[in-house]
Design a protein around this ligand. Structure first.
Ligand code: 4AZ
Length: 685
């Protein structure tokens, strides 16, 4: 039996040598460390049903295992479901084989892939079922464990020399270089420590010959406090640079202040380091033939220079200051000392032995903050910058309001927002005032004679007192309305209820406003038992108790301007009487001409310059219209450039209304501009 085993081994070895010589290339067998066969049970006689073989072999580090199949004859089946030879490398299935394959086929399509990774494993699983109709011989192959030549692997690149040995590799360097701790990079030993030396020379390795590749040279200069280094470059400066970028570099790192990096061929200027300690680092990459640098260093007394901190100036002003020197640091205009409560902008600093100023307190811009704004006003920008010289602009919340003055503000040096005219915001806060004399009705440019029902957007300043006394008023701001004195005469101490945004007297949802104040013109002669009816100064101001909600259906009319030329025509409106002696359910309007007072009959009643006489052929105001507007231009002709203005207030008419020859009388609003302005100012909170 023993004899037989030895005989078989000898045969195996012989087989392999023959195979190596005949089939494979000789060098492959040359690096073989261990070999062996793997085959199906019963080979070459044939395998039995239900045969089962699992085989696995692993390589140690620096080695890999390969398998070469030289024979394959298994039962053929769909996807090798019946009998199968499965081949795995590093636990990954490479092949699932069955049927017959010639040596040539195996060599071309299977064997080149049967190898593990370095240190990995190959495994084989051979499984058969019961159903063979003819006998198949099975498979046979041999494995080899070989050394891996890591020096050929580009990932393991040694920067200079590589030595492969069985199970590993090693990088090594040419004389004069040392292997870096990464075990791959060869570096020149070029670092120098010049601590304590007051003067000397530094140069790149091999200067003036080209410097070596892959170097990091660190030169340390250090002396006692109170001194600094002056560096002067000598001769050629040549450090690799490509497309404006430093490939190799010379970096100067003082203990204090900025780091500077140099490369290229321009000789850097002399440098004062302002530090008693400097590190100079010279880095090179793996290629290039540049000559490097040479510099001399010597010490100088330490000096301080300005500025101590950005956005400040020094007093006195010198190019440099010796150690121990005291200066006054003053922040630039609009800047104060950081985290100083009292907005101080000055302090004293002393030049230290290390060339630094002490103390150093930064100057930062004054911050005006977000201003507190009244109702209806907002900033145009959501989160504006609010520091010195930044600008913000105010605006009103909606299109129905506008600022009464320019809303552009600048943060000044004192931390105040100021207007373009230099006024402080807190002293002169702009106001949002409703835009007057505009309606959102389409311009229709045609005049309509006779009482016509108004649309809700057409006369949005019309107010209506529905209960007795029935009358009208005109809104002139978001708190105030103008009416006739005789309408509110006797109601000064009561609360009246006025309606707005209404064209149908039966409307269920008008804007309802309560009066807070009713102020009759002081020169209006109240109707009393002893005084006859007199409509001179028939004007009164009404203040509402809450801000009127301005919008498209309720918004003010403008007042006339002092210098306005007398107008020749206008529109009157109201819920007053119509021909059949009944009050109108709807707001009616009509156009009237304005006549010289002398042309108007007054039936003996006094007429004054505070009155306007107006009337149209078919149009007149009447009882119940009193207090309402006579506005110009005629409805339909207003525009943002020519807003509607309150020319008159419906006041009185001799002998009723609607008579062709008799015109109506209206209070001349232009005569009361000062009284209106003063009274409103006096009676606003
Ligand atoms: C009134 O009785 C009245 N036609 C108002 C205006 C006019 C006439 C009477 C003008 O309130």
């Amino acid at each position: 039996m023993k004899v037989k085993v030895q005989k078989e081994r000898a045969l195996t070895l012989l087989n392999m040598i023959v195979f190596c010589v005949i089939v494979l290339l000789f060098p492959v067998c040359g690096s073989v460390l261990s070999t062996g066969w793997v085959q199906s049970p019963g080979h070459p006689r044939g395998y039995d049903p239900y045969s089962n073989l699992t085989w696995k072999k692993c390589a140690s580090t620096g080695h890999k295992i390969t398998l070469t199949l030289i024979h394959l004859d298994l039962e053929e089946s769909f996807e090798c479901e019946d009998d199968a030879l499965k081949l795995f490398a590093d636990e990954v299935l490479l092949f699932n084989l069955c049927g017959r394959k010639s040596m040539r086929e195996l060599q071309s399509s299977v064997n080149p892939f049967l190898h593990s990774s370095p240190g990995g494993c190959l495994s084989v699983s051979f499984l058969t079922d019961y159903s063979n109709t003819e006998r198949h011989t099975g498979f046979r192959g041999f494995y080899t464990i070989k050394d891996v030549d890591e020096c050929k692997d580009p990932e393991n690149e040694c920067t200079q020399l590589c030595n492969n040995y069985i199970g590993g590799y090693r990088c090594f360097c040419r004389p004069g270089y040392t292997l870096d701790s990464d075990k791959h990079t060869c570096q020149v030993s070029c670092s120098e420590d010049h601590t304590g030396s007051q003067e000397g020379v530094l140069m790149s390795p091999d200067w003036p010959e080209p410097y070596p590749e892959n170097s990091v040279c660190s030169y340390t200069l250090a002396v006692e406090e109170g001194l600094q280094f002056e560096l002067t470059f000598m001769g050629v400066f040549d450090v690799e640079k490509e497309n404006g970028q430093c490939i190799d570099s010379l970096t100067i790192k003082p203990l204090y202040g900025g780091v500077q990096t140099f490369c290229g061929r321009d000789v850097p200027p002399s440098l004062l380091t302002r530090s008693q300690r400097v590190e100079i680092i010279f880095r090179t990459d793996h290629k290039g033939a540049n000559r490097g640098f040479s510099l001399s260093y010597k010490t100088r007394g330490m000096k301080c220079t300005g500025p101590v901190t950005p956005k400040s100036s020094l007093n006195p002003q010198h190019a440099e200051y010796p150690t121990g020197y005291k200066v006054t640091v003053k922040c630039d205009k609009g800047h104060v000392l950081k985290s100083h409560e009292s907005a101080e902008d000055e302090y004293e600093a002393i030049c230290q032995k290390n060339g630094q100023w002490s103390p150093v307190i930064p100057c930062e811009p004054v911050d005006c903050g977000i201003p507190e704004l009244p109702e209806l006003m907002e900033l145009s920008e959501k989160e504006p910058s609010t520091t010195y010289l930044n600008q913000i602009s105010l605006k009103c919340e909606n299109e129905y309001y506008q600022l009464d003055k320019n809303g552009n503000l600048t943060c000044n040096a004192d931390g105040n927002w100021v207007s373009e005219s230099g006024q402080k915001l807190t002293d002169d806060l702009p106001k949002c005032e409703p835009v007057c004399g505009i309606n959102t009705d389409a311009f229709f440019g045609g005049r309509v004679y006779g009482g016509k029902p108004a649309l809700i957007k057409q006369i949005p300043w019309q107010l209506f007192h529905k209960k007795s006394p029935r009358g009208g008023a005109s809104l002139i701001s978001d708190y105030w309305a103008l009416t006739a004195a005789h309408v509110v005469d006797g109601y000064e101490t009561t609360t009246m209820n006025w309606l707005g945004a209404i064209v149908d007297g039966k409307s269920q949802n008008p804007v309802s406003m309560e009066t807070e104040k009713i102020i009759i013109h002081p020169n209006y002669q109240k109707v009393g038992r002893d005084s006859p009816s007199n409509y001179d100064n028939d004007i009164a101001l009404i203040k509402m108790s809450a801000r009127v909600p301005i919008g498209p259906h309720i918004r003010p009319v403008c007042l006339p301007e002092k210098a306005n030329e007398p107008v020749k025509e206008g529109t009157i409106s109201g819920f007053g009487r119509i021909k059949d002696e009944k009050s109108s359910r709807y707001l009616l309007y009509g156009h009237v001409q304005i006549h010289p007072l002398g042309e108007c009959h007054s039936e003996g009643l006094p007429v004054t310059d505070n009155m306007i006489c107006a009337g149209g052929d078919e149009v007149d105001s009447c009882q119940g219209d009193s207090g309402g507007p006579l506005f110009s231009p005629v409805l339909g002709y207003g525009s943002p450039d020519k807003p509607y203005r309150l020319t008159g207030i419906v006041s009185w008419g001799p002998l009723g209304c609607g008579n062709k020859n008799l015109k109506g009388f209206y209070t001349k609003v232009q005569n009361y501009l000062d009284w209106i302005k003063e009274t409103i100012e006096k009676n606003s909170k």
